[in-house]
Design a protein around this ligand. Structure first.
Ligand code: AHG
Ligand code: MN
Ligand code: MN
Length: 343
Protein backbone atom coordinates (compact mmCIF):
# COMPACT_ATOMS: atom_id res chain seq x y z
CA UNK A 1 0.00 0.00 0.00
CA UNK A 2 1.35 3.37 -1.09
CA UNK A 3 2.47 5.40 1.98
CA UNK A 4 0.77 8.76 1.81
CA UNK A 5 3.12 11.44 3.09
CA UNK A 6 0.42 14.14 3.36
CA UNK A 7 -3.25 13.49 3.65
CA UNK A 8 -5.32 14.44 0.59
CA UNK A 9 -8.94 15.31 1.31
CA UNK A 10 -11.77 14.13 -0.93
CA UNK A 11 -12.31 17.71 -2.12
CA UNK A 12 -8.66 18.17 -3.08
CA UNK A 13 -8.59 14.79 -4.79
CA UNK A 14 -11.69 15.50 -6.91
CA UNK A 15 -10.29 18.88 -7.97
CA UNK A 16 -6.88 17.36 -8.75
CA UNK A 17 -8.60 14.72 -10.86
CA UNK A 18 -11.16 16.97 -12.55
CA UNK A 19 -9.81 16.05 -15.97
CA UNK A 20 -10.87 12.43 -15.29
CA UNK A 21 -14.47 13.61 -15.36
CA UNK A 22 -15.26 14.34 -19.01
CA UNK A 23 -17.88 16.97 -18.22
CA UNK A 24 -17.87 20.59 -17.15
CA UNK A 25 -15.50 21.39 -14.32
CA UNK A 26 -17.03 21.57 -10.86
CA UNK A 27 -20.18 19.54 -11.57
CA UNK A 28 -18.88 16.30 -10.08
CA UNK A 29 -17.20 18.22 -7.29
CA UNK A 30 -20.51 19.69 -6.22
CA UNK A 31 -22.36 16.37 -6.54
CA UNK A 32 -19.81 14.37 -4.57
CA UNK A 33 -19.15 17.03 -1.96
CA UNK A 34 -22.88 17.28 -1.21
CA UNK A 35 -23.05 13.46 -1.03
CA UNK A 36 -20.11 13.52 1.41
CA UNK A 37 -21.90 16.06 3.63
CA UNK A 38 -24.92 13.76 3.84
CA UNK A 39 -22.54 10.86 4.54
CA UNK A 40 -21.05 12.76 7.50
CA UNK A 41 -24.53 13.40 8.90
CA UNK A 42 -25.56 9.76 8.47
CA UNK A 43 -22.21 8.70 10.01
CA UNK A 44 -23.14 10.71 13.11
CA UNK A 45 -26.61 9.14 13.37
CA UNK A 46 -25.40 5.58 12.64
CA UNK A 47 -22.89 5.95 15.44
CA UNK A 48 -25.71 6.91 17.81
CA UNK A 49 -27.93 4.01 16.72
CA UNK A 50 -26.65 2.00 19.65
CA UNK A 51 -28.24 4.60 21.90
CA UNK A 52 -31.69 3.77 20.56
CA UNK A 53 -32.86 3.01 24.10
CA UNK A 54 -32.00 6.55 25.10
CA UNK A 55 -32.90 8.21 21.81
CA UNK A 56 -36.00 6.09 21.30
CA UNK A 57 -36.86 3.68 18.54
CA UNK A 58 -38.39 4.61 15.20
CA UNK A 59 -41.85 6.04 15.62
CA UNK A 60 -41.06 7.37 19.11
CA UNK A 61 -40.59 11.01 19.99
CA UNK A 62 -37.09 11.71 21.40
CA UNK A 63 -36.09 13.93 24.29
CA UNK A 64 -35.93 16.93 21.95
CA UNK A 65 -39.54 16.19 21.05
CA UNK A 66 -38.47 15.16 17.52
CA UNK A 67 -39.88 12.11 15.79
CA UNK A 68 -37.26 9.36 15.85
CA UNK A 69 -36.89 8.11 12.31
CA UNK A 70 -35.72 4.71 11.20
CA UNK A 71 -32.18 5.20 9.97
CA UNK A 72 -33.04 4.23 6.42
CA UNK A 73 -35.73 6.92 6.32
CA UNK A 74 -33.32 9.40 7.93
CA UNK A 75 -30.54 8.51 5.48
CA UNK A 76 -32.96 8.73 2.56
CA UNK A 77 -34.00 12.24 3.58
CA UNK A 78 -30.40 13.38 4.06
CA UNK A 79 -29.16 12.17 0.67
CA UNK A 80 -32.18 13.47 -1.23
CA UNK A 81 -31.82 16.88 0.47
CA UNK A 82 -28.08 16.96 -0.28
CA UNK A 83 -28.62 16.12 -3.94
CA UNK A 84 -31.40 18.70 -4.25
CA UNK A 85 -29.16 21.49 -2.93
CA UNK A 86 -26.21 20.44 -5.12
CA UNK A 87 -27.83 22.18 -8.08
CA UNK A 88 -26.41 19.46 -10.36
CA UNK A 89 -29.02 16.74 -9.80
CA UNK A 90 -32.53 16.89 -11.28
CA UNK A 91 -33.89 13.71 -9.74
CA UNK A 92 -33.31 10.65 -7.55
CA UNK A 93 -34.39 7.00 -7.61
CA UNK A 94 -34.18 5.61 -4.08
CA UNK A 95 -34.84 2.20 -2.59
CA UNK A 96 -37.03 4.04 -0.08
CA UNK A 97 -39.20 5.74 -2.73
CA UNK A 98 -41.69 3.86 -4.92
CA UNK A 99 -41.35 6.44 -7.73
CA UNK A 100 -38.58 8.79 -8.87
CA UNK A 101 -38.18 12.00 -6.92
CA UNK A 102 -37.95 14.99 -9.27
CA UNK A 103 -36.67 18.37 -8.11
CA UNK A 104 -38.88 21.11 -9.45
CA UNK A 105 -36.79 24.16 -8.55
CA UNK A 106 -35.48 25.97 -11.66
CA UNK A 107 -31.79 25.42 -10.74
CA UNK A 108 -32.33 21.71 -10.09
CA UNK A 109 -34.29 21.26 -13.33
CA UNK A 110 -31.19 22.55 -15.12
CA UNK A 111 -29.22 19.74 -13.40
CA UNK A 112 -27.56 17.40 -15.90
CA UNK A 113 -27.35 14.37 -13.58
CA UNK A 114 -29.62 11.84 -11.93
CA UNK A 115 -28.72 9.63 -8.97
CA UNK A 116 -29.91 6.15 -7.97
CA UNK A 117 -29.31 5.33 -4.32
CA UNK A 118 -29.69 2.76 -1.59
CA UNK A 119 -29.51 5.24 1.28
CA UNK A 120 -29.00 2.61 3.94
CA UNK A 121 -27.82 -0.83 2.84
CA UNK A 122 -27.90 -3.66 5.37
CA UNK A 123 -30.50 -1.95 7.56
CA UNK A 124 -31.32 -5.26 9.26
CA UNK A 125 -27.88 -4.96 10.87
CA UNK A 126 -28.30 -1.49 12.37
CA UNK A 127 -29.73 -2.58 15.73
CA UNK A 128 -26.97 -5.14 16.27
CA UNK A 129 -24.13 -2.71 15.58
CA UNK A 130 -22.92 -4.41 12.39
CA UNK A 131 -21.54 -2.39 9.47
CA UNK A 132 -24.03 -0.83 7.07
CA UNK A 133 -23.60 1.38 4.02
CA UNK A 134 -24.98 3.80 1.44
CA UNK A 135 -24.69 3.08 -2.29
CA UNK A 136 -24.99 5.64 -5.11
CA UNK A 137 -24.92 5.61 -8.89
CA UNK A 138 -24.70 8.76 -11.08
CA UNK A 139 -25.83 9.14 -14.72
CA UNK A 140 -26.13 12.03 -17.17
CA UNK A 141 -29.81 12.65 -17.78
CA UNK A 142 -31.24 11.68 -21.19
CA UNK A 143 -34.20 14.09 -21.05
CA UNK A 144 -33.64 17.75 -21.87
CA UNK A 145 -32.47 20.09 -19.11
CA UNK A 146 -34.92 22.71 -17.90
CA UNK A 147 -37.68 20.18 -17.33
CA UNK A 148 -38.45 17.54 -14.70
CA UNK A 149 -36.42 14.33 -14.74
CA UNK A 150 -38.16 11.44 -16.46
CA UNK A 151 -38.15 7.71 -15.67
CA UNK A 152 -36.11 7.06 -18.88
CA UNK A 153 -33.26 8.98 -17.23
CA UNK A 154 -33.07 6.22 -14.62
CA UNK A 155 -33.60 3.13 -16.82
CA UNK A 156 -30.15 3.31 -18.43
CA UNK A 157 -27.72 0.40 -18.67
CA UNK A 158 -25.13 0.42 -15.90
CA UNK A 159 -22.36 0.99 -18.46
CA UNK A 160 -23.69 4.56 -18.83
CA UNK A 161 -22.83 5.43 -15.23
CA UNK A 162 -20.53 8.48 -14.99
CA UNK A 163 -19.72 7.78 -11.34
CA UNK A 164 -20.62 5.29 -8.61
CA UNK A 165 -19.64 4.75 -5.02
CA UNK A 166 -20.50 3.60 -1.57
CA UNK A 167 -20.02 4.75 1.98
CA UNK A 168 -19.38 2.01 4.56
CA UNK A 169 -20.22 2.90 8.17
CA UNK A 170 -17.99 0.35 9.85
CA UNK A 171 -15.11 0.42 12.37
CA UNK A 172 -14.32 3.56 10.40
CA UNK A 173 -16.47 5.34 7.84
CA UNK A 174 -15.10 5.13 4.30
CA UNK A 175 -16.20 6.52 0.94
CA UNK A 176 -15.12 4.49 -2.10
CA UNK A 177 -15.93 5.77 -5.60
CA UNK A 178 -15.05 5.64 -9.29
CA UNK A 179 -15.63 7.93 -12.25
CA UNK A 180 -14.40 5.28 -14.68
CA UNK A 181 -10.71 6.01 -14.09
CA UNK A 182 -10.00 3.54 -11.29
CA UNK A 183 -11.26 3.21 -7.71
CA UNK A 184 -10.16 5.28 -4.72
CA UNK A 185 -11.04 4.99 -1.04
CA UNK A 186 -11.27 7.79 1.53
CA UNK A 187 -11.45 7.33 5.29
CA UNK A 188 -13.45 9.83 7.34
CA UNK A 189 -11.50 11.62 10.07
CA UNK A 190 -14.16 13.04 12.41
CA UNK A 191 -11.53 15.16 14.20
CA UNK A 192 -11.16 17.30 11.07
CA UNK A 193 -14.51 16.45 9.46
CA UNK A 194 -12.85 15.34 6.23
CA UNK A 195 -12.70 12.20 4.09
CA UNK A 196 -8.96 11.61 3.50
CA UNK A 197 -7.42 9.47 0.74
CA UNK A 198 -6.45 6.19 2.41
CA UNK A 199 -6.79 3.58 -0.37
CA UNK A 200 -5.54 5.02 -3.68
CA UNK A 201 -6.04 3.05 -6.93
CA UNK A 202 -7.73 -0.03 -5.46
CA UNK A 203 -7.20 -3.20 -7.55
CA UNK A 204 -8.98 -6.35 -6.39
CA UNK A 205 -6.89 -9.57 -6.43
CA UNK A 206 -7.55 -11.88 -9.41
CA UNK A 207 -8.11 -14.74 -6.96
CA UNK A 208 -9.23 -14.67 -3.34
CA UNK A 209 -9.96 -17.12 -0.57
CA UNK A 210 -13.35 -15.79 0.52
CA UNK A 211 -16.77 -16.77 -0.72
CA UNK A 212 -19.85 -14.88 0.50
CA UNK A 213 -23.34 -16.30 0.08
CA UNK A 214 -26.29 -16.84 2.41
CA UNK A 215 -26.07 -20.63 2.76
CA UNK A 216 -29.37 -20.60 4.63
CA UNK A 217 -30.89 -20.68 1.13
CA UNK A 218 -28.78 -23.74 0.13
CA UNK A 219 -31.60 -26.27 -0.22
CA UNK A 220 -33.28 -24.20 -2.93
CA UNK A 221 -30.19 -23.04 -4.83
CA UNK A 222 -29.78 -24.37 -8.37
CA UNK A 223 -27.50 -27.39 -8.84
CA UNK A 224 -24.83 -25.14 -10.36
CA UNK A 225 -24.71 -22.88 -7.31
CA UNK A 226 -24.68 -25.91 -4.97
CA UNK A 227 -21.80 -27.52 -6.88
CA UNK A 228 -19.82 -24.24 -6.84
CA UNK A 229 -20.27 -23.97 -3.05
CA UNK A 230 -19.01 -27.56 -2.67
CA UNK A 231 -16.05 -26.64 -4.93
CA UNK A 232 -15.24 -23.76 -2.55
CA UNK A 233 -15.34 -26.19 0.40
CA UNK A 234 -13.26 -29.03 -1.15
CA UNK A 235 -9.88 -29.83 0.45
CA UNK A 236 -7.45 -28.91 -2.35
CA UNK A 237 -4.51 -27.18 -0.62
CA UNK A 238 -2.53 -26.80 -3.86
CA UNK A 239 -5.50 -24.85 -5.24
CA UNK A 240 -5.74 -22.75 -2.07
CA UNK A 241 -9.03 -24.41 -1.12
CA UNK A 242 -11.14 -24.75 0.98
CA UNK A 243 -12.00 -21.06 0.82
CA UNK A 244 -13.29 -19.22 3.88
CA UNK A 245 -17.00 -18.45 4.15
CA UNK A 246 -17.69 -14.85 5.21
CA UNK A 247 -21.20 -13.33 5.10
CA UNK A 248 -22.22 -10.19 6.97
CA UNK A 249 -25.60 -9.57 5.36
CA UNK A 250 -24.73 -6.00 4.34
CA UNK A 251 -23.79 -5.96 0.64
CA UNK A 252 -21.50 -2.95 1.07
CA UNK A 253 -19.59 -4.59 3.95
CA UNK A 254 -19.30 -7.99 2.25
CA UNK A 255 -18.26 -6.40 -1.04
CA UNK A 256 -15.76 -3.99 0.54
CA UNK A 257 -13.94 -6.78 2.38
CA UNK A 258 -13.77 -8.92 -0.77
CA UNK A 259 -12.67 -5.91 -2.88
CA UNK A 260 -9.63 -5.36 -0.68
CA UNK A 261 -8.77 -8.98 0.12
CA UNK A 262 -10.09 -10.84 -2.92
CA UNK A 263 -13.23 -12.95 -2.91
CA UNK A 264 -16.61 -13.56 -4.48
CA UNK A 265 -20.05 -12.38 -3.37
CA UNK A 266 -23.07 -14.27 -4.70
CA UNK A 267 -26.76 -13.50 -4.34
CA UNK A 268 -28.41 -15.93 -6.82
CA UNK A 269 -32.09 -16.55 -7.32
CA UNK A 270 -33.64 -18.26 -4.31
CA UNK A 271 -37.00 -19.73 -3.35
CA UNK A 272 -38.26 -16.33 -2.22
CA UNK A 273 -36.47 -14.21 -4.84
CA UNK A 274 -36.82 -15.75 -8.31
CA UNK A 275 -34.65 -12.98 -9.81
CA UNK A 276 -32.30 -12.68 -6.86
CA UNK A 277 -32.80 -10.17 -4.06
CA UNK A 278 -30.48 -7.30 -4.95
CA UNK A 279 -31.81 -4.34 -6.91
CA UNK A 280 -30.16 -3.63 -10.26
CA UNK A 281 -30.29 0.20 -10.24
CA UNK A 282 -28.90 1.03 -6.81
CA UNK A 283 -27.13 -2.12 -5.61
CA UNK A 284 -25.87 -4.28 -8.52
CA UNK A 285 -24.93 -1.56 -11.06
CA UNK A 286 -22.88 0.76 -8.81
CA UNK A 287 -21.08 -2.17 -7.15
CA UNK A 288 -20.48 -3.76 -10.57
CA UNK A 289 -18.98 -0.49 -11.93
CA UNK A 290 -16.59 -0.33 -8.98
CA UNK A 291 -15.72 -4.03 -9.28
CA UNK A 292 -14.86 -3.72 -12.99
CA UNK A 293 -12.84 -0.54 -12.39
CA UNK A 294 -10.87 -2.48 -9.77
CA UNK A 295 -10.20 -5.22 -12.40
CA UNK A 296 -12.86 -7.51 -10.98
CA UNK A 297 -15.98 -8.92 -12.65
CA UNK A 298 -19.75 -8.68 -12.15
CA UNK A 299 -22.41 -10.79 -13.88
CA UNK A 300 -25.70 -12.57 -13.36
CA UNK A 301 -23.82 -15.89 -13.07
CA UNK A 302 -24.63 -16.84 -16.66
CA UNK A 303 -22.03 -14.67 -18.35
CA UNK A 304 -24.35 -11.67 -18.76
CA UNK A 305 -22.39 -8.59 -17.69
CA UNK A 306 -24.40 -6.65 -15.09
CA UNK A 307 -23.51 -3.31 -16.70
CA UNK A 308 -25.03 -4.40 -20.04
CA UNK A 309 -28.47 -5.21 -18.61
CA UNK A 310 -31.19 -2.81 -19.84
CA UNK A 311 -33.42 -2.00 -16.84
CA UNK A 312 -37.18 -2.03 -17.33
CA UNK A 313 -38.28 -0.93 -13.86
CA UNK A 314 -36.82 1.09 -10.99
CA UNK A 315 -36.73 -1.66 -8.37
CA UNK A 316 -36.08 -4.72 -10.48
CA UNK A 317 -33.89 -7.40 -8.93
CA UNK A 318 -31.07 -9.42 -10.47
CA UNK A 319 -28.90 -12.42 -9.63
CA UNK A 320 -25.54 -11.03 -8.66
CA UNK A 321 -22.05 -12.60 -8.84
CA UNK A 322 -19.31 -10.06 -8.15
CA UNK A 323 -15.68 -9.93 -7.05
CA UNK A 324 -12.30 -11.35 -8.06
CA UNK A 325 -12.24 -11.84 -11.83
CA UNK A 326 -11.08 -15.48 -11.85
CA UNK A 327 -13.45 -16.49 -9.05
CA UNK A 328 -16.51 -15.03 -10.80
CA UNK A 329 -15.38 -16.68 -14.04
CA UNK A 330 -15.10 -20.06 -12.25
CA UNK A 331 -18.53 -19.70 -10.66
CA UNK A 332 -20.02 -18.82 -14.07
CA UNK A 333 -18.48 -22.01 -15.53
CA UNK A 334 -20.31 -24.08 -12.92
CA UNK A 335 -23.61 -22.27 -13.47
CA UNK A 336 -23.52 -22.35 -17.27
CA UNK A 337 -22.29 -25.97 -17.46
CA UNK A 338 -24.74 -27.38 -14.88
CA UNK A 339 -27.74 -25.04 -15.01
CA UNK A 340 -27.35 -24.03 -18.64
CA UNK A 341 -28.63 -20.67 -19.73
CA UNK A 342 -32.16 -21.27 -18.57
CA UNK A 343 -33.59 -18.22 -16.86
P1 AHG B 1 -31.11 -3.29 2.27
O1 AHG B 1 -30.85 -3.23 3.75
O2 AHG B 1 -30.74 -2.05 1.55
O3 AHG B 1 -32.49 -3.80 1.94
O4 AHG B 1 -30.09 -4.35 1.65
C1 AHG B 1 -29.97 -5.61 2.23
C2 AHG B 1 -29.41 -6.56 1.21
C3 AHG B 1 -27.89 -6.51 1.10
O5 AHG B 1 -27.31 -5.49 1.84
C4 AHG B 1 -27.44 -7.85 1.63
O6 AHG B 1 -26.38 -8.37 0.88
C5 AHG B 1 -28.67 -8.72 1.49
O7 AHG B 1 -29.79 -7.86 1.63
C6 AHG B 1 -28.74 -9.78 2.56
O8 AHG B 1 -29.90 -10.52 2.27
P2 AHG B 1 -30.18 -11.86 3.11
O9 AHG B 1 -30.44 -11.42 4.52
O10 AHG B 1 -31.38 -12.45 2.43
O11 AHG B 1 -28.96 -12.74 2.98
MN1 MN C 1 -29.34 -2.65 0.07
MN1 MN D 1 -31.45 -0.14 1.84
Amino acid sequence: MLKIDKFVTLGEFIINRQEDFPYAKGELTRLLSHMSIAAKIVHREVNKAGLVDILGDAGDVNIQGEDVKKLDIFANEQFIAALKTSGECCGVASEEEQNIITFDEKLAKEGKYIVCTDPLDGSSNIDVNVSVGTIFSIYRRISNTGQKAKEIDFLQEGKNQVAAGYIIYGSSTMLVYTTGKGVNGFTYDPSIGEFCLSHPDIITPLFGKIYSINEGNYIRFTEGVKKYIKYCQEYEPEANRPYTSRYIGSLVADFHRNLLKGGIFIYPKTATHSNGKLRLLYECNPIAFIAEQAKGKASDGKGNRILDIKPTSLHQRNSFFVGSFKMVEKAENFIMKIDGNKK
